[in-house]
Design a protein around this ligand. Sequence first.
Ligand code: TYD
Length: 137
Amino acid sequence: MLTGVERIAFTGHADARGALVAIENNRDLPYAIQRIYYIYGAAGDAVRGKHAHKDLKQTLVCVAGSCDILLDNGHELEIVRLDRPDAGIYIHGLIWREMMHFSPDCVLLALVDRPYDPQDYIHDYNEFRSLVEEEKP
Ligand code: TYD
């Protein structure tokens, strides 16, 4: 995994009736959730995201169906397939992300540490690359 991205395995409570995943602030996630959004009905050829964040933590979970998450730290690319409701990826660094290859039934849930703020977005890839260079020690 790239620095700034971690896989999270949630505890699934499965029994004969099915399965349940519970997510609590600061227990199952290393931060407190302030916002939830979810993406559904995305076309298989749609590409979403295509941005980085200046300062934001979020965890993505495909609670139904599947999709691919492209992660780019400015130097390396990684594509992570999300296809189970008890697994997520926690993104907390300066990472360009794109979501794609949505299955028709995909519901992609995002658990975010702050309210929506358009100012926190970096939509320009060259600006993202400049920020990556600035961040170098
Ligand atoms: P957008 O940023 O284009 O989604 P994605 O990152 O998946 O490509 O968001 C789509 C619309 O939803 C846009 O008009 C902004 C709005 N939006 C909110 O109002 N609140 C939110 O928390 C998010 C993530 C988006």
